[in-house]
Design a protein around this ligand. Structure first.
Ligand SMILES: Cc1ncc(COP(=O)(O)O)c(C=O)c1O
Length: 421
C-alpha cells in the first residue's frame, strides 16, 4: 500500500466494510485502541435501552424468568461456536483475573499436576499478581518466571525444556499484551499434556482477533476478556472454558449459590452443579451481559477467518509503511515480523513515545484525533480491528506519525501521565 489512493481502493473492495456501520463512531476520530476497549455496537446501545426501560424499569423481578436467567448460557453457547468448544464447556461471568484465580486455585487443589507455577515475562501483570497470591495460599516457594532476554517473542524451545524439567501449571497469554506475540497454542498444549503439565491460557488479546479452536488445539482450560476485540463493553464479563473431563476433576474455590445444583431450593448444603455451571458463584451481571451479546453476534456473522485475513493484510501494510516512513525517524517495530506469530496489534517504540501518543490523541487542526494506547516504558500500541479499521486510516496514521516527529510538534506535550493510559 503505497498511497492514500491505494488505501481507498482497498477500502472500496473490503469484504468486511459493511460491518463498520454496525458500530458507533465518534466524529473526527480514528480509533486504534480496539485491543483495549472495543467500539460500541449500535445493537448494544439499543439492547441496553430496552433492558433498562422495559425489563428492569417495568418488568422488575419478573424479568429474571422472562429474559435474564438463560442469558449467560445463551451467550456461552455463542462463544462456544467461536472457540471450537462444546456448549457446556464455556461459562460467562466475572473478570479474567477472577477466572484465572479460580482456575489455577482449582488445579492446585486437585493435585492433578505438580505444584509448580510457571509463567513468563511476556505475561500480563494481573496474571502475575494472581499467581503470586496463590503461592501464598498454597505455600509454593516461588513462581518460575521465564525470561527470554527480550520482550518481543517467547523462546518456545526454552519454554518446552522448562516444562519438561519442571512440570506443573503454566499460565500464558496467547497473544502478549505488549508485543502481540502469538504462541503456538497446539504445539505447547500437546507438549504440556505429554509432560504432566497444563497450560491455563489467557486469551484476552486473542479472542475475536485470531481463530481459536479449543478442541483442535488440545486446550484444557482458558479464559479471556470480552471488552477488547469482542466489543462487549467496558468491564464486560469474561469467558471461562474448561474441557468436559477436567470439569469433573476440579472444584470452584468460590462456592456460591449460582454454582449450586438447585440454587432456588435454598438448601443449607452446597451441592455443586454437575456441569460448567459449578464455576458460577453469584448473580450474573445482567446489564453487562445484555450489552456484550451484540459483539459476539457480529463476530459470528462476519466470520473469524475473514477477520484474521484482513487483520494480517492491514498489519503487513502498516509494518511496510512503518519501515518506509517511521524507522528512519527513530521508531522501532516491537512486534514479531512474521504474521504467524503475531496477533492483531502492532507495537512501536520511540524515545518520546508518551508525548507522541498525546500529540496523536489531541488531533491536528481539522484533521481527526488518532487514538492508540501507551504502555511503559515507551511502547505505543495500535490495535487493528478489521470490523471497523479502514485501510486509509492506517495510511493516515503513518503519515501523521511521520509529520509529528519531523516537525517535533510532540515537544509541546507534557510528560505527566493520567490514571488510565
Ligand atoms: C492479557 C490480559 N489479561 C488479563 C487482563 C485483565 O482482565 P480483567 O480486568 O477482566 O481482570 C487484561 C486486561 O487488559 C489483559 O490484557
Amino acid at each position: 500500500m503505497n498511497s492514500l489512493d491505494e488505501a481507498k481502493f482497498l477500502d472500496q473492495n473490503d469484504p468486511l466494510s459493511r460491518y463498520r456501520n454496525r458500530f458507533f463512531h465518534p466524529e473526527n476520530e480514528i480509533y486504534f485502541d480496539g485491543n483495549s476497549l472495543g467500539k460500541m455496537p449500535i445493537a448494544a446501545q439499543y439492547q441496553l435501552h430496552k433492558t433498562i426501560d422495559e425489563q428492569w424499569g417495568k418488568g422488575l423481578i419478573g424479568s429474571w424468568n422472562n429474559h435474564w436467567i438463560d442469558l449467560p448460557s445463551r451467550i456461552a453457547e455463542k462463544y462456544s461456536q467461536l472457540l471450537g468448544a462444546k456448549k457446556d464447556e464455556i461459562i460467562i461471568g466475572e473478570s479474567t483475573s477472577v477466572r484465572l484465580y479460580q482456575s489455577i486455585h482449582a488445579l492446585l487443589e486437585s493435585n492433578l499436576y505438580p505444584k509448580q507455577l510457571v509463567t513468563d515475562t511476556l505475561n500480563f501483570p494481573s496474571d502475575l499478581y494472581i499467581l503470586d497470591g496463590l503461592t501464598r495460599i498454597f505455600k509454593i516457594p516461588k513462581i518460575l518466571k521465564l525470561d527470554y532476554s527480550q520482550e518481543i517473542e517467547a523462546n518456545v524451545k526454552k519454554l518446552k525444556s522448562s516444562i519438561k524439567e519442571s512440570p506443573g501449571i503454566i499460565c500464558l497469554s496467547l497473544v502478549s499484551y505488549k508485543s502481540s506475540y502469538l504462541y503456538p497454542m497446539k504445539e505447547l498444549n500437546e507438549w504440556a499434556n505429554n509432560h504432566r503439565s497444563i497450560i491455563v491460557w489467557d486469551l484476552s488479546h486473542a479472542v475475536g482477533a485470531v481463530p481459536i479452536d479449543f478442541k483442535a488445539s488440545a486446550t484444557l482450560i482458558a479464559t479471556g476478556c470480552t471488552y477488547k476485540y469482542m466489543n462487549g463493553g467496558p468491564g464486560a464479563p469474561a469467558f471461562l472454558f474448561i474441557e468436559k473431563k477436567l470439569q469433573t476433576q476440579i472444584h470452584n474455590p468460590i462456592q456460591g449459590w449460582f454454582g449450586h445444583q438447585n440454587p432456588f431450593n435454598f438448601s443449607d448444603k452446597y451441592i455443586a452443579a454437575n456441569d460448567i455451571n459449578k464455576f458460577a458463584s453469584g448473580t450474573p451481571s445482567v446489564l453487562s451481559m445484555q450489552a456484550m451479546e451484540a459483539g459476539i453476534d457480529i463476530i459470528l456473522e462476519a466470520g473469524i477467518k475473514k477477520i484474521r485475513e484482513k487483520s494480517i493484510l492491514q498489519s503487513e501494510n502498516l509494518i511496510d509503511l512503518v519501515k518506509k516512513y517511521l524507522v528512519p525517524n527513530g521508531f522501532h517495530l516491537e512486534s514479531p515480523r512474521n504474521s504467524l506469530y503475531r496477533g492483531s496489534h502492532i507495537t512501536l517504540s520511540h524515545k518520546s513515545s508518551w508525548q507522541i501518543c498525546q500529540t496523536l490523541i489531541s488531533g491536528n487542526g481539522n484533521e481527526p484525533r488518532i487514538i492508540p494506547d501507551f504502555r511503559p516504558p515507551n511502547f505505543i500500541r495500535f490495535g487493528i480491528t478489521p470490523l471497523y479499521t479502514k485501510h486509509d486510516e492506517i495510511y493516515q496514521l503513518v503519515k501523521r506519525l511521520e509529520a509529528i516527529v519531523k516537525t517535533k510538534s510532540f515537544l509541546s506535550f507534557t510528560l505527566e501521565k493520567p490514571k488510565v493510559t
